[in-house]
Each structure stands twice: as C-alpha cells, then as structure tokens.
Design a protein around this ligand. Sequence first.
Ligand code: HEM
Length: 492
Amino acid sequence: MSKNKKITTSTGCPVNHYEDTQTVGERGPALLQDFFLQEKLAQFNRERIPERIVHAKGTGAYGKFTVTHDISNYSRANIFSEIGKKTKLFVRFSTVGGEKGSADTERDPRGFAVKFYTEDGNWDIVGNNTPVFFIKDAKKFPDFIHTQKRNPKTNCKDATAVWDYWSLNPESLHQVLILMSDRGTPDGYRHMNGYGSHTFSLVNKDNERFYVKFHYKTKQGNKTFTDAEATELKGTDPDYSQRDLVNAIENGNFPKWTLKIQIMTLEEAKSFQWNPFDLTKIWPHSDFPLMDVGEMELNEIPENYFQDVEQAAFSPSNLVDGIGFSPDKMLQGRIFAYPDAQRYRIGANYNALPVNRCPYDTTNYHRDGAMRSDGNGGSSKNHFPNSFDGNYVDEKHKSPSYELDSNEVAYFDRNLNDDDHYSQPKGLFEEVMTEAQQQNTISNIVGAMGGIEGEKKSEIINRQLCHWFRVSPKLGAGIAKGLNINIEQYLK
Ligand code: HEM
C-alpha cells in the first residue's frame, strides 16, 4: 500500500482544489460555498491557546525514573517501592518571565517541572533550578510577576519596577542573589540542577510523616554562561536551550539527573533555626544531608510540540499516596493556581489529553464538558454512592492527621519572627562563591541595576544597596563602586 495519502477535509472529504478558491470567473470574487477555504481559515484562526501566564517559553521531553536506593522507610509511594523500579515521566523546562517567543538565555530562573506517571496516579514536582524563591506568600505572586513582565505604558521590560519591588521586599534577596550570579544564565537545560524548592512531606507504611525537600543533580555537570555570552546568544540563537536538548536526545546523548532528598523529622522542624516552610530559605546540607533516591533520564522528544509540550499541565496538587504537602503558604496557594490556570488555558478536560492523562485506571464521576473524547464514562453510573457499580473509597490511602501549632485565625505578617533575610545570602556570597563568581555576580548586579531610571532612581538604588551591604560589605561596596556611588559621603 502506498504511504502517500489523499488530502481530505477534516471530516474526510477528498479535496480537489487545495490552493485555489472557488470563484466566479478567473479573477474572482470568491464563493462562500468553498467550505474548505472556510475550514482552513477558521482552523488557522484558532491555532493559539493562551500562553502560560508565567513560564511561557519552554521545551519538553519524555524519559524514565529508576529507583537506585531504598527510601521505603520514609515513603510508601509506589514509585519508590523497590530498587530498579522504572517509572515513565515527562519533563518541561522553561524560562519564567519572557513570552513564548522570548530568548532562552535571558537572566531568569528556569522552570524544572516533572510529571511521574506512577501506578498511584500522576505525581508532579513543579520546581525550578533554584532551591528558594522570591516571596513567601502566594498573595504576593501577581504583584511580583507584574514587575517581571512589561511596563503597562511603554510595554518594555522595566528594571525600575523590578528593583523597586525587590528593594521593598527583602525576603527576595536570597533568590535575587542566585539569579544575579552566573547561575541566573545556565548553559541550556541539561547543565543545571533542579529543586522541588518547597518543603513537602513523605508518609511511610506505618503512617509516620517526615518533611522532605527534593533535589535533582545534573550528571552532565553544572555549566553557566557569563552575562556577555548569554546576551550574545539572545541575538544569535534565541532557541539555544530548546535546540541543545533536542539535539542531545536525538543523537542518543540522553541527559540524566540524580534525584536526592533531604529529610527533616517533625521534631527537628520544631527547633530548626529558621521556619522550615519558608520558601526563601534552604535547609543546610550539613544538618540535613542529601540522600540518593534514583536517576532520571530523558530519552524522547515528543513528536508534536503543541500536543505534548504546549498542552502539558503540571500542578503541585498532583500528589500521590505516600507524598504530601507541608504548611508552606506558597505551596498552599499553588495548589489552587495551577488547575485554575489550566482550566482557562487548555479547557475543562485538560487532564484527558495524552500528556496529562494517567496511564492507569482512573475512576470517578466527573462527566461531560467541552471536547470530551475519552468515552466520558460510557453508560456507567454518574453518581456516587450508588447501588450498582460496587466502587469504593479506599481508606488505606488516608494520610495521618497532624496537629497545627496554633488555632488562632489572623492575617499574620509573613516576616513576623521570621525576618532573617540576610544570613543565608551572606553564606552563599562569602563562603560558597569563588572570587571569580563573586566578581561576576557584582558586575551582573551593576548591569541590572544600571537600568533603574526616573524620579525614584536614587531612592530605589539606595534602598537596594543597603540590602546588599547587609548581606556582605564586599558585595555592597563592589556594587556601589560599579554604580559610581560615593559611599564615603555616607560614612562621615
Ligand atoms: C504562589 C506562587 C506561585 C503561583 C501563584 C504560580 C502560578 C503559576 C501558574 C498560574 C503557572 C502556569 C500554569 C499553566 O498554565 O499550566 C505556573 C507555571 C509554573 N510555575 Fe509557578 N507559581 C508560583 C510559584 C512557583 C514556584 C515557587 C515555582 C518553583 C519552585 C514555580 C514553578 C513553575 C513552573 C516550573 C511552571 C511551568 C510549568 C510547565 O512547564 O508547564 N512556580 N505557575
């Protein structure tokens, strides 16, 4: 049989004129009855769905997760049930602030979202390439993101808004420092680590709960660009990271990461020197050592980008038995934000699309909605409880109850008893960064703060400089010098 196929309309009617519209006479006008002209134009008009409100530019790949170490003493999740167990997964990497057509080497955090297709259901870790974040309450997210997007009048990126917000919000400092180091411009997606960032929990067979943080360590080695290299690539190869991932996988050079965890007991959480659920803080590795769990490998680029990558829907609410939330206020807000965004961006039945669908049995009484095409439950009952189907709620998946440390309802200041914004960035700058990394960070900050303009320029610069000085005098002085600010006058 010939593999050449006859072109048809979307309802299967063979097309006998592909490029020429039916007209009255050689030179037109066109006839409305040329339904294939209508179909083509109408379909084309509907090709776009809204881009993600954040993380719009991204690339995805399928792969597998293999357990290498036994953590069943911490989690009863099926995915970890035995060494050697393999689970299919899908990953989407992204930048955050830019639009769908923006350049891959922008200074920005990178999204690192992983969907594990486990037998207990799909489990998503929707993380970034940094272990912390800019804010610690979900209510702040829209304002923060507005500063990362375009100015409402000029429609240009707006360094003044960015630094105004950060300087008024010192909880951002830790993440801003990481962003301003060369880690803010990673060399593609293969040479960076990933982090679940939030504190989550694990629950074992004995119903014991532990707090956990997830880390993916790149096996390709960490590589970053300098600001100059990243800036050049924005012009010469704006799809650098996408191309790099596709080429590597298509050439059989499958990228790999080691999944590791840090564990904190509920008792340790009570006496931890910082709030263990504060997303602007890390848990020091010296106190909570990294433990190996398994290996993630990416080995397949989806055949169709739009179908699998653009329509992929990750959410921190996609959890499975044996893995749970923590009280982190940011995480709690995200549980709402993602499915809400996806119902708007993709549609009510987004979880039935191939990339989002659980490959194992799903049984529930959700029905109908736009574009339902998965059988819609057929003739089975659409109410529960019922006297017919024998379906049941399996209580063995109940996770243990836990106590809160307060029963007072109020709008608590998120920084109340939790305002040490400086010591972790200090440790990062003074103890972790090499001299060369420190100098690059200083020059990246000088370049970025150099964009602040307008009537509030001095006020914003001075306020932000104070934060940098509180992190480290060397950092503050280096930035002041780079911005040509004479700090001597303030020291007299
Ligand atoms: C409360 C704070 C946050 C809110 C309200 C929020 C909201 C959103 C929304 C609405 C999307 C688009 C979802 C879609 O259309 O499919 C998104 C994407 C994303 N967010 Fe967040 N986000 C928050 C914080 C974070 C944090 C802390 C991280 C990482 C630790 C993160 C990582 C991501 C990633 C990786 C994506 C892209 C997922 C993909 O590739 O499809 N977000 N976020």
